[in-house]
Design a protein around this ligand. Structure first.
Ligand code: UGA
Ligand code: MN
Length: 254
């Protein structure tokens, strides 16, 4: 069913804010519920947000279904399993399914004012980040901490506040040398360019570029976060203590 701007999202549009569609791929492992809990506690505080959670599984799991029912957010729950042959590009198929969902829901030109952000389930997001991205015209960009072997990767910005190159050390030849957490895209741009997707065969570090190259040119990138001088998102990785429990001894859902 196609959605029109006026009937979308149970009233989100009444707030007259551009909607933020957050696409999160997620897969089953011990820390999954902890990660989802942590990021939902952030996202829930953001106005006019719709969370598209895409499980890397054949069927929707009970754990994620139950979690979403009580998470206090507007959400869409999808799933698609990454086949065993796909060894690189974690989350690519899931993000593409999120893009298809948006393209099936909205016609270009009739969609609400909105922005799309790919938020992995293990990163750490400030609330400020969402207000920075909300008014993205095409593609907005900002620094991401703890990626590419650096404390942060960023964007060089010139005196006019325009994109002036990548401030990175890892794979400097990347046409878009930016982590998934470092950009947001206007929904209309995604609808108008209906073929743009993440390429599951993209080489390591080139997944982001595989989508962006079909959407925007470098000169049109919109630097945010005070001309890319502020860190508002951290590419964190959760570690836990060594677990000695046997799965069949467990009585509680973790
Ligand atoms: C880095 C980037 O930050 C990711 O956005 C990019 O997808 C990934 O590299 C890549 O190109 O492979 P990294 O921290 O290494 O991320 O990846 P994960 O956080 O392990 O996975 C990214 C997302 O995909 C997470 O939301 C995770 O839950 C999901 N994922 C991971 C799956 O859905 N299935 C998997 O098998 C693994
Ligand atoms: Mn990660």
């Amino acid at each position: 069913m196609l959605w029109k701007a006026q009937d979308v999202l149970g009233g989100l549009t009444h707030k007259k804010l551009p909607i933020i569609f957050v696409i999160t791929p997620t897969y089953a492992r011990f820390v999954q519920k902890a990660e989802l809990t942590r990021i939902a506690n952030t996202f829930r505080q953001v106005p006019a947000i719709h969370w598209i959670v895409v499980e890397d599984s054949i069927n929707k799991t009970k754990l994620v279904s139950n979690f979403l029912k009580t998470c206090g957010m507007e959400y869409t729950h999808l799933c698609v399993k990454t086949s065993a042959e796909v060894t690189m590009s974690k989350g690519a198929l899931q993000r593409n399914l999120g893009l298809s969902w948006l393209r099936n829901k909205f016609l270009p030109g009739e969609a609400p004012s909105a922005v799309v952000y790919f938020a992995d389930d293990d990163n750490t997001y400030s609330l400020e980040l969402f207000e920075e991205m909300r008014y993205t015209k095409k593609v907005s960009v900002w620094p991401v901490a703890f990626v590419g072997g650096q404390l942060y990767e960023s964007v060089k910005v010139n005196a006019e506040g325009k994109f002036d190159g990548w401030d990175v050390k890892y794979a400097v030849e990347r046409p878009f040398a930016i982590d998934m957490a470092g950009f947001a895209i206007n929904l209309n741009l995604i609808l108008e360019n209906s073929k743009a997707i993440f390429h599951i065969d993209a080489e390591s570090g080139f997944l982001e570029a595989s989508l962006l190259i079909d959407l925007v040119s470098l000169k049109d990138l919109e630097p945010k976060a005070d001309n890319c001088t502020k860190i508002l998102v951290w590419h964190t990785k959760t570690t836990i203590q060594k677990i000695y429990s046997k799965l069949d001894e467990l009585h509680l859902e973790v």
